[in-house]
Design a protein around this ligand. Structure first.
Ligand code: PMV
Length: 354
């Protein structure tokens, strides 16, 4: 057999929603009931690195996550692989004498190794960065001629929020209106340099695995919550426009008002679901109270918060000075080694504190 291995490595980062996605109108294609907006974290601090390799010596598709083999048989992996494979081009590496023709991809097998530089169990959304990285690296490997937005529609089929990790900076996922999902794509609103005063701190309140997966949670909310219907139709469309303005103008007061209100409404939808879903815990609630009080006492917002499908707080400080004060506050109320199990990660232009 031929002895070559051809490989590509790529890196992506998790993204944090500031206008949340919650609810699918199509569960197979993963099409949402509303637009969402997120900020992609700084890859120097939190990222996923994925290497994809192809060789005539491989006799099956295999994948390792943080060194442990995982199954590729799930429908979400299969959909992403199939979509990329369907667009695969020709690869020529003259120096190494490698030539892969379009028709060869059907016979060749892949080995995929993916690493998170942050604890997977920490409850930080890792599937978004994971699927974005998988799709991006496979597209490079197979010489797929599509732009990042087109690739985002493929990553979306792995995990909805993954489509937003194809871009850095501020990103919008347009829900789209087509049945086939081809217009349900991510677009970049502003790059990572646009508003780089912001510092994101993730307060890891609990590293336990969440009890309700986003998939089953969303399904139940769509089926039972009337607040979700109201939110998707009446509330989010306006908020999206306002958030785009706030980001464009670097208007931190509006940004904070919108992000906090949206996080709270999303968790209200969870509570409005039958049976109710509780993602936040007492520590999450305490952090919200502290931030709200602080913002009020300063006369202008200093810190925005948002919580995804778990109890960990994502705190966005208006600048570095505020971020330092915020960390001091967190360490005071949740001293390390206490039974609150709080670890803090600082993301932005500072290093991770643990
Ligand atoms: O893409 P999923 O299935 O992991 O869903 C993510 C949903 C939230 O994180 C709660 C909100 C969002 O927009 O990221």
């Amino acid at each position: 057999a031929e002895k070559w291995v051809y490989m590509v490595t790529a890196q992506t980062s998790p993204n944090i929603a500031v206008i949340n996605y919650w609810g699918k109108r199509d569960e197979v294609r993963i099409l949402p009931v509303n637009d969402s907006i997120s900020v992609t974290l700084d890859p120097d601090h939190l990222c996923t690195v994925t290497t994809v390799a192809v060789s005539p010596a491989f006799d099956s598709d295999r994948m390792w996550l943080n060194g442990k083999e995982i199954s590729l048989s799930g429908i979400r992996y299969q959909n992403c692989l199939r979509e990329i494979q369907g667009r695969a081009g020709e690869v020529k590496d003259k120096e190494r004498g490698i030539k892969i023709e379009k028709k060869d991809w059907e016979k060749l097998h892949l080995h995929i190794a993916s690493y998170n530089n942050f604890p997977t169990a920490a409850g930080l959304a890792s599937s978004a960065a994971g699927f974005a990285c998988l799709v991006f690296s496979l597209a490079k490997l197979m010489n797929v001629d599509e732009d990042a937005s087109h690739l985002s529609a493929i990553a979306r089929q792995g995990s909805g929020s993954a489509c937003r990790s194809l871009f850095g900076g501020f990103v919008k996922w347009r829900m789209g209106s087509k049945e086939d999902g081809s217009d349900s794509v991510a677009v970049q609103l502003a790059d990572e340099k646009h508003w780089n005063d912001l510092v994101i701190i993730i307060a890891v309140v609990s590293s336990r695995q969440k009890e309700t997966s986003s998939t089953s949670g969303m399904r139940k909310s769509v089926e039972t919550s009337s607040l979700l219907q109201h939110r998707a139709k009446e509330v989010v469309p306006k908020r999206i426009l306002q958030m785009e303005e706030a980001i464009k103008n670097r208007d931190f007061a509006s940004f904070t008002q919108l992000s906090c209100a949206d996080s709270n409404q999303y968790h209200a939808v969870c509570l409005d679901t039958s049976p109710p879903i509780f993602y936040m815990n007492d520590n999450s609630h305490m952090i919200i109270s502290l931030v709200e009080k602080w913002n009020l006492s300063e006369g202008a917002p200093q810190v925005a918060y948002t919580f995804d499908a778990g109890p960990n707080a994502v705190l966005i400080a208006r600048n570095r000075k505020v971020a330092v004060q915020l960390l001091q506050g967190l360490l005071y109320y949740f001293p390390p080694k206490s039974d609150t199990d709080m670890k803090s990660y600082v993301v932005g232009d500072m290093s991770i504190l643990k």
